[in-house]
Design a protein around this ligand. Structure first.
Ligand code: P6P
Length: 334
C-alpha cells in the first residue's frame, strides 16, 4: 500500500466529529480534486498554450493570466454541483458566486485564490491554490457578501496546494496541520508530512526588499537588525528569501521555520497592505497558528479581524512564533 491517502485521512477526521453528515468530507474531497486538475493543467504550461495574459483584469486591477481564469473555472466547476456549498468567493471574481439553481445548496462557504503567485507562472516558478471554508450563517440560503465577512477564527478548514517540483496539499481542519504529496501514478495525495510544526525560532526572513523605503519604522528596524547579522543587536546572521509566491513562502516556513512579511507600506497609502484577508491571509494564518506559529498585522492577530470587505487587504507578518512576537513588540514600541 502506498500509505494513507488524503481521502482516508479526511474520513478518519470526520469520525472524530459526532453527528457529522459527511457533507464537509465531501466538500474537502471536491476541493482536493480541483487542485489535482489545476496541478495537471499548470504542469503542461506552454505545451497546451495556457501561459501568458488572459487580456483581462480582476477586481484587484491586476492583469489576469490565462491560468488564473482557467484555475478559477476549475474550482467553480468542481465545487458548484455537489450540494455542499451555499456560495463561493474568489480573488478572480468581483462578487459572490451563487450556486446555480439547478444544483442543491449546502451549509458551507468556499473562498479561494485559485492561482496565487501567478506572476511567476510564465517563468516556471512555483505557484499554488489557497482555500478557506466557512459555515454559511444559519437560515441563509442565498448568501451575500456580508455572510462571508466572518473573522478568520471561524474557519472550519484551510489549506493550500503547492504546484512545485512535487505537488503538495497542506490542510488544517482545526486539529493540527498535515501535508500530502501527489502520487501521479495513482492520482492520489499521500500523507507524507504528518503533524507539521513550525520551529519557534529562525534565521530566515522573507520580504520584498525593494519596498524598504515605504515600510513603517518597526519593519525597517527589524530588517536592519537582521542585515546587521552577528555583529548587530541580534548577534546572529540571517538569510533572506523572496519567491513572490505566498504559498511557496509559507510552505518553506512550515518545513524549516522563518518569517514572512508583506507589511503595510506607503507605496499606495490607499491600500492597507498587498495581501487579501479573506482568501490569503486568513487561511494561511489558520494553517500557521495550527502549526504552532503566529500571524499578525503587527498590531493585531489577523484571525481576530472583523472583515469589512470581500477583497479587503491587510498587512501580513507570519511564521516562527518568537520572531513574529519580536516584530509585534517593535510595533508596540518596545
Ligand atoms: P510582490 C502574489 O501576487 C502575491 O499575492 C503573493 O503570493 C506574494 O507573496 C506577493 O503577492 C508578491 O508580491 O510585490 O513581490 O510582487
Amino acid at each position: 500500500m502506498n500509505g494513507k491517502t488524503i481521502t482516508q485521512f479526511i474520513i478518519e477526521q470526520q469520525r472524530q466529529v459526532s453527528g457529522a453528515s459527511g457533507a464537509f468530507t465531501g466538500l474537502v474531497n471536491d476541493v482536493v480534486l480541483a487542485c489535482k486538475i489545476i496541478s495537471n493543467t499548470v504542469s503542461k504550461g506552454a505545451l497546451v498554450g495556457v501561459l501568458g495574459s488572459a487580456g483581462s483584469e480582476n477586481v484587484q486591477g491586476e492583469t489576469q493570466k490565462k491560468l488564473d481564469v482557467i484555475s478559477n473555472d476549475i474550482m467553480i466547476q468542481s465545487n458548484e454541483w455537489a450540494g455542499r456549498l451555499a456560495a463561493m468567493a474568489s480573488e478572480e471574481m468581483d462578487d459572490v458566486y451563487s450556486i446555480p439553481a439547478q444544483y442543491p445548496r449546502g451549509k458551507y462557504l468556499l473562498l479561494f485564490d485559485p492561482l496565487d503567485g501567478s506572476s511567476n507562472i510564465d517563468v516556471n516558478v512555483s505557484v499554488g491554490t489557497i482555500f478557506s471554508i466557512l459555515r454559511c450563517p444559519a437560515g441563509v440560503t442565498n448568501p451575500l457578501v456580508r455572510d462571508f465577512l466572518q473573522p478568520g477564527a471561524t474557519q472550519v478548514c484551510a489549506g493550500y496546494a503547492l504546484y512545485g517540483p512535487s505537488t503538495m496539499l497542506v490542510l488544517t481542519l482545526g486539529r493540527g496541520v498535515n501535508g500530502f504529496t501527489l502520487d501521479r501514478d495513482i492520482g492520489e495525495f499521500i500523507l507524507t508530512h504528518p503533524d507539521i510544526q513550525i520551529p519557534v525560532d529562525t534565521e530566515e526572513f522573507a520580504i520584498n526588499a525593494s519596498n524598504e523605503r515605504f515600510w513603517e519604522q518597526p519593519v525597517q528596524r527589524y530588517v536592519e537588525e537582521c542585515l546587521a547579522g552577528k555583529d548587530g543587536p541580534r548577534a546572529k546572521n540571517f538569510n533572506m528569501r523572496w519567491i513572490a509566491s505566498m504559498v511557496a513562502e509559507v510552505h518553506r516556513i512550515l518545513m524549516r521555520g522563518g518569517v514572512f512579511l508583506y507589511p503595510k507600506d506607503t507605496k499606495d497609502p490607499s491600500k492597507a497592505g498587498k495581501l487579501r484577508l479573506m482568501y490569503e491571509a486568513n487561511p494561511m494564518s489558520f494553517i500557521v497558528e495550527q502549526a504552532g506559529g503566529t500571524s499578525s498585522t503587527g498590531r493585531e492577530r489577523i484571525m481576530d479581524m472583523l472583515p469589512n470587505a470581500l477583497h479587503q487587504r491587510v498587512p501580513v507578518i507570519l511564521g516562527s512564533r518568537n520572531e513574529v512576537e519580536r516584530i509585534i513588540g517593535y510595533h508596540m514600541g518596545s
